[in-house]
Design a protein around this ligand. Sequence first.
Ligand code: ADQ
Length: 472
Amino acid sequence: MSRLVVVSNRVADPRKTAAGGLAVALAEVLNNTGGLWFGWSGKIVETADGVTPPESPVHKQHAGPVTLATVDLSREDHDAYYLGYANGVLWPVMHYRLDLADFDAGYISGYRRVNQMFARKLAPLLQPDDIIWIHDYHLIPLAAELRAMGCGQRIGFFLHIPLPPPLIMAAIPAHDWLMRALFAYDLVGFQSHADLLHFDRYVQAEAHAEQLGNGRYRAFSRTLVAGAFPIGIDVEEFIALGKNPESVEMHDRMRHDYAKRKLLIGVDRLDYSKGLPHRMRAFRQLLQQYPENRNLTTLIQIASPSRETVLAYGGILRELESLCGSINGDFGDLDWMPVRYMHRTVARKRLPGLYRAGHVALVTPLRDGMNLVAKEFIAAQDPADPGVLVLSRFAGAAEQLKEAILVNPYDTEATAQAIQLALQMPLKERRRRHAALLATIRREDVHWWCQNFLAALSETEAAASGAPWLRL
Ligand code: ADQ
């Protein structure tokens, strides 16, 4: 069996459970297969102005069957590659937020520089029959850089965030360069069929790619396979996590403290894609339109700090605080605070207990690649008395989770109505929907995702040596 090499911006120790969809999912995979995980160490090397820092050595660490190999970044590279291009351009555009993108011309050279550096550091660690799996928008050109160095291994790419329609993609000044870089991969995976459709339309219209059938596309003298591989969670592990004392204590405390009330739960990274202000406005509408919920319903919103040094994130924090404050000011009472908002991360071992205490989960992103919170909420429920999932139709998860109450988060009134429906839903209906949702996330879990992707990657035609490597 070939060794698996995973490459992602951040590397997490697979022996520890870390917050963050990607880290959790990859830890599951590598713990089972062993192999190499390569990426940024998370460390930024500071130097005096005008002094170029020496290039980082590769730091190696062994974590059970997995070797972790990481490199540091200089301040300049980090700011241009991570804050600038990845999170200041690609993240907003791919979440349809052209208004928030910062198209500074300097960022792309930093992005390319870091991808080249990653390729230079990774190439000597590779073995001829390795299977390489590169993750996410930070590293789109990495395969092309590896190919330019002569790497002929099978290389797959998975995009964790959405791929927007071609005209939105085309707003990125270097969009053609980015999409061309995708053709250095043998397999490109997306979260949803909607993303795959956007890819199909883009490459046919902008790159004049030839469609060869079975997801195969030919352009730039290379052939790739593209497919939808919706990421899942480890359902059994999450259910087991829910039985630990911290989780049980969390559940019991919440249900005791809010014994007279119904709980709406929101758990997100504080990111403009997650639709938090829209959610608050829908909750305000619920209290206005259905006054029977006053004094009886509390929204617990946990928003973990995220990318605080990226400019576009400052506004969302202030907007959210002000919306929560005004709802509490307008509707609250001496013994009832309608919204409990916490700007923090919940320890993973307590998360299932928090989800299980919720009568309704509000997962209402404006755009989301998948959204694992929706799946975790389902896994955490008591099947005999489950909570209800209110899910944005713009989350990738909506393609699979059809028995959730699907909403358009831009439509405040309709979202308020959906929350009311969820709060009122009879037990029989809740059980029926939950059983169907649980069956889906069990069938299409993280192991299924990983096996499907790796099987599709090993089925791609091996890159013939001497093939015309795509040069950027
Ligand atoms: P994220 O945008 O980070 O991931 P998501 O899928 O919601 O989004 O995953 C978040 C993970 O972090 C979940 O495991 C959740 O439990 C945890 N988390 C979120 N907020 C938390 C909080 N306040 N406290 C503790 N834990 C918290 C990206 C894409 C998603 C895609 C994933 C995986 O944006 O669309 O689902 O990658 O591919």
